[in-house]
Ligand binder design. Structure first.
Ligand SMILES: NC(=O)c1ccc[n+]([C@@H]2O[C@H](COP(=O)([O-])OP(=O)(O)OC[C@H]3O[C@@H](n4cnc5c(N)ncnc54)[C@H](OP(=O)(O)O)[C@@H]3O)[C@@H](O)[C@H]2O)c1
Length: 287
């Protein structure tokens, strides 16, 4: 397999590292928009390309030799970007990709790490891949448009992995939640969130490539968790004072519980089925 990973942030880098034992049979191309990262990525790949996926020349160069591509894009920098910035990263990149497909005859397989936030709020109910997306306005619209652009590609195998909120080494939830110790918070903390260890994000991506998965697959652990339990467990583990929840949550803030049945039917076995099994809770996003 000749594979290009477009976007080597938290997930893309974890996948690249996971695939190292398969080299040199696997020909690996990695991309970054930042030339200062070339040195970091170079030992992990046969080729490292400076590539902004919205730039047709650069994206073409990055994908030209590959039979498979994984898109692990995210807006650059630590700041939250507005919906326009989000649109530029995702929609403009996938428009660029679709415009290049006639020149990319070798490219047979496209995998994209989307997000479970596309389901919007389901008032705490269970959702699966058959549930119509109901994303929030703005950022959520962008996720939906991105998925539509990719699902509309009919002459390649396209797989969209809808990831849960990521945690793992370097994205430490205990550290992030520590600041809530002893505080009063509005609502009752009943909102559900759904989590995924970065090792399982990389593992599911590798499985999707190997077994040529197609269509939508939710990639979350087995344990949707309410915010009060997430925070409560973390603070208790750290020996810190609990949060005092002050009332009732607003209507429409129940979150959703994501089913991972299809992921399992496809044969994927989670390395971290529950948050606590990793020892430490960790993440980039506190819901
Ligand atoms: N993080 C989460 O909790 C989470 C939850 C659910 C779903 N996801 C999905 O997974 C994706 C990846 O997440 P992540 O945490 O790995 O993100 P990340 O750490 O922010 O990495 C994304 C990388 O994409 C690259 N990039 C940004 N704009 C680009 C462009 N125009 N063209 C090419 N590359 C570009 C950047 O790398 P360089 O700076 O090297 O260019 C950036 O580091 C997310 O965007 C989302 O779709 C993430």
């Amino acid at each position: 397999m000749d594979l290009t990973i477009v976007g080597c942030g938290y997930v893309g880098l974890a996948l690249a590292e996971r695939l190292q034992p398969r080299r040199p049979q696997l020909k690996l191309t990695l991309t970054t928009t930042n030339s200062e990262r070339l040195e970091q990525l170079d030992p992990l790949a046969d080729r490292v390309e400076v590539c902004d996926a919205t730039n047709p020349m650069q994206l073409l160069a990055a994908l030209r030799q590959s039979s498979s591509a994984v898109f692990c894009l995210g807006p650059k920098g630590d700041r939250q970007v507005d919906a326009n910035g989000y649109r530029h990263t995702f929609v403009d990149s996938f428009r660029c990709l679709t415009s290049l497909l006639p020149q990319l005859r070798e490219l047979r397989q496209i995998v994209y790490t989307g997000s479970c936030s596309i389901y919007g709020d389901a008032e705490g109910d269970w959702v699966d891949e058959q549930t119509p997306p109901a994303p929030s306005r703005g950022h959520g619209d962008v996720l939906l448009e991105s998925e539509h652009l990719l699902s509309g590609i009919s002459d390649r195998r396209v797989c969209i992995l809808r990831l849960g909120a990521l945690y793992g080494p370097g994205r430490d939830l205990d550290r992030r939640l520590r600041g809530l110790a002893g505080l009063e918070r509005p609502g009752n903390g009943a909102t559900y969130s759904n989590w995924l260890h970065v090792a399982d994000a990389a593992g599911a991506l590798e499985a999707a490539l190997n077994a040529e998965w197609a269509g939508l697959v939710n990639v979350v652990n087995d344990e949707p968790i309410q915010l009060r339990d997430l925070v409560g467990r973390s603070l208790q583990r750290q020996g810190l004072a609990p949060v005092r929840w002050l009332g009732q949550d607003e209507p429409g803030s129940g979150g959703r519980r994501i089913r991972n049945t299809r992921l399992k039917q496809l044969g994927y076995q989670l390395q971290h089925p529950r948050l606590d099994q990793s020892g430490v809770l960790a993440t980039s996003q506190v819901p």
